[in-house]
Each structure stands twice: as structure tokens, then as C-alpha cells.
Design a protein around this ligand. Structure first.
Ligand SMILES: Nc1ncnc2c1ncn2[C@@H]1O[C@H](COP(=O)(O)OP(=O)(O)OP(=O)(O)O)[C@@H](O)[C@H]1O
Length: 626
């Protein structure tokens, strides 16, 4: 490795226009550092890590891409971890929003800036792989003294861009080593690996974001059409292009455009203007046809192979994610019942109708109430009252407040009650089903008259708030049993939102990833789940719902030795689930169906359920006997 001094001299040489044997992207980046960002090569600067609050924002903005790209990124890391590479996923501003590395080298990696939260933009860090990739939009290797800043000349970094479905650079995938062979060519395989992974993430991103559109995969060879297409295009129901992978933009630019970059205007263009097909022809290009027969032609006559993937049918009335406002959007990750709740909540939120939320303990009733509250631009205070937790003797003065000298021991100036505290904001009455029946009459009066009379006061005060109440009891059942006033029930229940139990939801994986990302952001590290740990989570019935899930993950993250949660970090009940007799009976029924879905292949079913084959055989024997 050259000394810092001769490195600075070499940059000065290039600054004078004296030519260099370095690759063109390196020289161009050095010149940008000198001329555009006015960086001084003699002033070495340590890597910069953004403060944790900023990191949280960056991570939240990249949350969806991190989730979509997770399995591809993990696959890449598994390939390269033995050679002591670390992996960084940065956002378009160069901030590392996801990171995987060997925790044994944590301190060295953090010092070198190979860490969660490090900022590798070119104007801050000088020539570096992430920064150069953001500026050029091309994959790049920045090897050792290719770096501008001499504090980074020990590193080798290889990065590839990830573009979104509209053609904008959205992230950069980078693998780096603290120590590497001197020859730059040693990183060519690394370049191939990051580029291929970035392409896979772009395809997964396109498929995830345009689930309700057709996807047309295109390749010059029929053999790789379904496994590794060169380009993919999303086409909406009207036959217009709604998104592309970067390979798609490049292919269209090659075929149709005299100037590179102009292909971006292709979004919204009818597919029939570019190829000899229309949306109605797409079913002919699904996998039911032999690969070699799936041929399309560009309007300029180029022959290509194309494979179509049909849209996921939209359930009638279900919302597109973007119709749901932000505070409500992160409540679910692809569960139809939750999406219906979110859409209903988003319609109710701006209006003043009282909302009743029903759902099992820990299903997220208060979480939903807060999200509804947060939608308003000036929501005021959110006052949560747990009607089951306040002693009956105090509940009246807590809710309504009291006037000065109202009773012995009262505060001399009186006290504002919780209902008055919610004036101008939201009053959340949790466990409303447990409110004593006598108080229900007073609450009803407040709601119908819009005013409260504190205990011991003579004059009522006007109050105005949005009311959300919640209960894990079925309130209609309590009314039928005579334990809840019918008139109050109708007052509270202008609209009901029914939260599904976690065991009924289809989005456990998405929720788990979301919660792990949040825990990771709070703790400033990346936390992953091993495959077997994920299978254990999938098997568990979650009687405590989201509360149990959130607590389980937080504890597991604390217990995990490195960045990966393994089954050993999970509670005993999840590692070795008991099999109650009733559960076994219904599980056995499901088992027959699941086995059929695996074509009768026991090994495949065992893999899917994350259990041993002998467990499946044992359960099947029991099924036969019953
Ligand atoms: N959609 C969600 N995403 C992430 N975490 C959630 C979600 N909903 C709830 N949680 C977590 O689950 C826990 C329980 O949520 P919450 O208190 O809203 O449930 P609840 O139904 O009101 O419970 P209870 O019936 O006991 O009052 C909270 O710690 C919250 O952080």
C-alpha cells in the first residue's frame, strides 16, 4: 500500500491534468472531489456516522426496500462472509441503512466506517464506491488507494446501484473488506456478485410494487427467461407501462433511443407502441407455453423471448397501499383483513364519529387508535384512559375532575379530569366494557351534551374531543347480558373496527421484519432472524398477539450473540411447542391438506413447516388412527 504522502502527490498530479493509469471512474471522481466539492486530499477525515435520530429517518424511508431485498442481501452475505467481506446497503444519499458484518471485528469496522449509519456520499467521504456509484449510476470498484481520502486507502469497496421502478437510483449495494490483495482484479468476482444481487432486488421490487399488473420478463435467450431475465416490464390493465427494472430501461434505450436516458419517458406508454403485442396477448406468454414459442418482436423488428406473470387479483374493495395515509400504513404488511380495517379507519379518521375498536388483548387496539389520532394535521392531545385499571372509587374524579374543596383530601385548587384534558384532542377509553354501570350513565350525558360537570362543581364546562373506545369483550354481548348500557353502546359505536388476532393474519413475516427493523434502528444495529427461528415464530399460535410478538423479538434481540436471532434466543414455548390434544386434532386436518399441497412429499412439507420428517410421520400416524 502506498503512503498517505505519495497518495496526495498522485492526486495533485491528476489535478494538474497530467494523466493517470487509474480507471476512468476513479479519475473522474477525484476531479469531482477537487473541483466540485473542494475537498483537500491532505486533510484526512475519519468516516462519518449520522446521529441515531437521523439514521432512524433514513431507515424508515428505506424500510420497504430493505424488507423486499432482505433475502437476496442475506444470500449475498452468506457467499462472501467467509472472505471477511462486510455488506452495506446505503440509501440514495449514501447513508448505510442496512449492514451485515462479522461482529468479532465490530470496533475495527465501526472505525473504518463500515457500519450502520455511516455516510458514504462523495462530497463527504471523497472518492468511495458508494459515492461514485450514486453519481455515475454504474457499478464500480474503488480499491485501496483509489480512495481520495487517505484514511480509507486500506479498504476495498465494490458497489452496484439499485434503481426503483421509475428509473431513479434508490439505493446502493456494497461489499467491502478491511484488508485485501493488492491487485484490483481480485475484486472482479465481487463486482459480479453485487451487480447480480442488485438486479435481483430490482426485479423483486418491481414484482412487489406492481402486484396488480402484468409483469413481462424479457431475455435474448429462452433458457434464462424465467430464472434470470435481462429486463422486466410491468404493464397495467390498460396495457400501459407502469414500471421497469433498470435492465428494462437500458434495453428500451438500446432498442429505441438515440440518446441514453430518454427511455425514462416510457412510463405510461402503451406496450403496443414498443412491441408487437397488447395486454390481451399476455396470457399467451405465461409458462404454460414452451419457452421457445414465447417470442415477441420490437416495433423495429428485433426478436426477443418473453415470459408473462399474471397480476395478483385485486380483492374487491381492498385498498392500494398508497390510498392509506402514512400513520395507518405501517399497521400491516399484506393481510387482507387488516387492509380492510386500515381503509375503513382512514375514511373515518378525518370525521368526528365515535369509533369502537374490538379485538383480543394485545391485538393493537391502542396502536390503531393512536394512528387514527395522528392522521389529523393538528390532532391535539391523545389521552388514554384504562377504565379497568382505575379503582372504582377514583374513576369518577379521574374522568370528570373535581372542583376546589370538593371533598376531604382534594387538591385545594381542584383538578382537571381526563375528559377535560382531552378537549381539542382524542379521548381513548380502553377496556370500556369494564366501566362500572353507574358511571356509564354519566359518560353518556357527557357525550350527548358535550359538556362535563366536575365533582363538586355547579356549572358544566363545554368539551369537544374525538372519542375512540376499545374493548376485548364483545360489547354487543355485554349489552345482551345486561352488563353494558344499550344507549351508551350505540353512542360509542357509530363505527366498529374489528382487529384480527395475530394467528389469523397472513403477514407475520412482514410484521416480524418491520419490528426487527425498528428494534435494530433503536439499538443502532442490524438484527436478522435465522431460518429456523422464523419457522418457530410461524408455528406459534400467539395467544398474546402483537404484544407477545413485540416482546419476544425485543428479548430475543437482547439475547442474540451476534446480529442473528437463533431458536436458542426464543422462549422455551416457541422452541419446543407443546401439542395440546385439541390443537393436534385440528392440526392433523390441516396437515392432510398441506401434505396434498406438497404433492404428498413429506420432506418438502417438513421443510415448509420447519420440523423434522419424523414429526410429520408421527402426526400422520396419529391422523390415521383417529
Ligand atoms: N401494527 C403494529 N405494528 C407493530 N407493533 C404493534 C402493532 N400493534 C401493536 N403493536 C405492539 O403491540 C403491543 C400491544 O399493542 P396495544 O397496546 O395497542 O394492544 P391492545 O389491543 O390495546 O392491548 P390491550 O387489550 O391489552 O389494551 C404494543 O407494545 C405495540 O407496540
Amino acid at each position: 500500500m502506498i503512503s498517505a504522502r505519495s497518495h496526495v502527490e498522485e492526486i495533485a498530479h491528476v489535478a494538474l491534468g497530467k494523466g493517470s493509469l487509474r480507471d476512468a471512474p476513479v479519475v473522474q471522481s477525484w476531479l469531482r472531489c477537487l473541483n466540485d466539492y473542494r475537498l483537500d486530499p491532505a486533510q484526512a477525515q475519519e468516516a462519518y456516522i449520522v446521529p441515531s435520530t437521523q439514521l432512524k429517518e433514513h431507515r424508515e424511508q428505506s424500510d420497504e426496500l430493505i424488507r423486499i431485498g432482505r433475502s437476496a442481501v442475506e444470500g449475498l452475505f452468506r457467499h462472501v462472509m467467509d472472505q471477511h467481506y462486510v455488506l452495506l446497503l446505503s440509501d440514495a444519499r449514501g447513508v448505510t441503512v442496512d449492514f451485515m458484518g462479522d461482529p468479532t471485528f465490530d470496533n475495527q469496522l465501526r472505525r473504518a466506517g463500515l457500519y450502520l449509519g455511516s455516510e458514504w456520499s462523495e462530497n463527504r467521504a471523497g472518492t468511495c464506491a458508494v459515492g461514485a456509484c450514486i453519481v455515475s449510476g454504474d457499478p464500480v470498484i474503488i480499491h485501496q488507494d483509489d480512495h481520495f481520502d487517505s484514511s480509507h486507502i486500506g479498504l476495498t469497496c465494490t458497489a452496484a446501484p439499485i434503481f426503483d421502478t421509475l428509473g431513479d437510483l434508490t439505493a446502493v449495494l456494497d461489499i467491502s473488506q478491511l484488508r485485501s490483495p493488492t491487485v484490483k482484479a481480485s475484486q472482479h468476482l465481487a463486482l459480479h456478485l453485487v451487480t447480480t444481487t442488485a438486479r435481483r432486488i430490482e426485479l423483486a421490487n418491481l414484482m412487489a410494487r406492481t402486484r396488480h399488473d402484468w409483469i413481462l420478463r424479457i431475455s435474448r435467450s429462452p433458457d434464462f427467461l424465467d430464472v434470470d431475465p435481462e429486463a422486466a416490464i410491468a404493464i397495467d390493465a390498460n396495457g400501459r407501462i407502469s414500471g421497469l427494472t433498470h435492465g428494462g430501461f437500458r434495453a428500451l434505450a438500446r432498442m429505441f433511443e438515440p440518446q441514453p436516458g430518454a427511455a425514462r419517458g416510457v412510463i405510461g406508454t402503451p406496450i403496443s407502441q414498443l412491441f408487437d403485442i397488447d395486454v390481451d396477448d399476455l396470457p399467451r406468454f405465461t409458462r404454460s407455453r414452451a419457452d421457445r414459442e414465447r417470442v415477441i418482436r420490437t416495433r423495429s423488428g428485433v426478436m426477443l423471448f418473453a415470459g408473462a406473470i399474471a397480476p395478483v387479483t385485486r380483492t374487491r374493495g381492498l385498498p392500494a397501499a398508497d390510498r392509506i395515509p402514512r400513520p395507518l400504513r405501517e399497521l400491516s404488511f399484506g393481510d387482507a383483513a387488516m387492509e380492510a380495517v386500515q381503509l375503513r379507519a382512514s375514511k373515518l379518521a378525518p370525521r368526528d364519529v365515535p369509533i369502537l375498536i374490538q379485538g383480543e388483548t394485545g391485538a393493537g387496539k391502542e396502536f390503531l387508535a393512536r394512528a387514527i389520532h395522528d392522521i389529523r394535521p393538528n390532532p391535539g392531545r391523545f389521552v388514554a384512559v384504562n377504565c379497568a385499571a382505575i379503582p372504582e372509587a377514583l374513576i369518577e374524579s379521574e374522568l370528570f375532575g373535581y372542583a376546589s374543596g370538593a371533598f376531604t383530601g382534594a387538591a385545594p385548587r381542584g383538578k382537571i379530569g381526563l375528559i377535560e384534558a382531552a378537549d381539542g384532542g382524542t379521548l381513548f377509553l380502553d377496556e370500556i366494557g369494564d366501566m362500572p354501570i353507574g358511571l356509564q350513565a354519566r359518560l353518556l350525558r357527557v357525550l350527548s351534551e358535550g359538556e362535563i360537570t366536575p365533582v363538586g362543581a355547579h356549572r358544566p364546562k363545554p368539551v369537544s374531543f374525538r372519542l375512540i373506545s376499545a374493548s376485548h369483550h364483545r360489547l354487543d354481548q355485554l349489552v345482551a347480558d345486561g352488563r353494558f348500557r344499550r344507549d351508551l353502546f350505540f353512542r360509542l359505536n357509530a363505527a366498529t373496527l374489528m382487529l384480527p388476532a395475530l394467528r389469523e393474519r397472513q403477514d407475520l413475516d412482514g410484521l416480524v421484519d418491520h419490528l426487527l427493523a425498528r428494534i435494530g434502528a433503536d439499538e443502532g444495529r442490524t438484527i436478522r432472524l435465522s431460518h429456523t427461528a422464523r419457522m418457530a415464530l410461524r408455528r406459534h399460535p400467539w395467544p398474546g398477539n402483537l404484544r407477545e410478538l413485540a416482546n419476544t423479538l425485543r428479548v430475543a434481540a437482547a439475547l442474540a450473540d451476534g446480529s442473528e436471532i437463533t431458536p436458542d434466543d426464543l422462549p422455551e414455548t416457541l422452541r419446543n411447542p407443546a401439542e395440546p390434544a385439541t390443537a393436534v386434532a385440528s392440526a392433523s386436518d390441516d396437515l392432510a391438506a398441506e401434505l396434498a399441497a406438497c404433492g404428498g412429499n413429506v420432506s418438502e412439507l417438513a421443510r415448509r413447516l420447519g420440523v423434522d420428517r419424523s414429526t410429520i410421520h408421527r402426526r400422520l400416524r396419529r391422523l390415521k388412527r383417529s
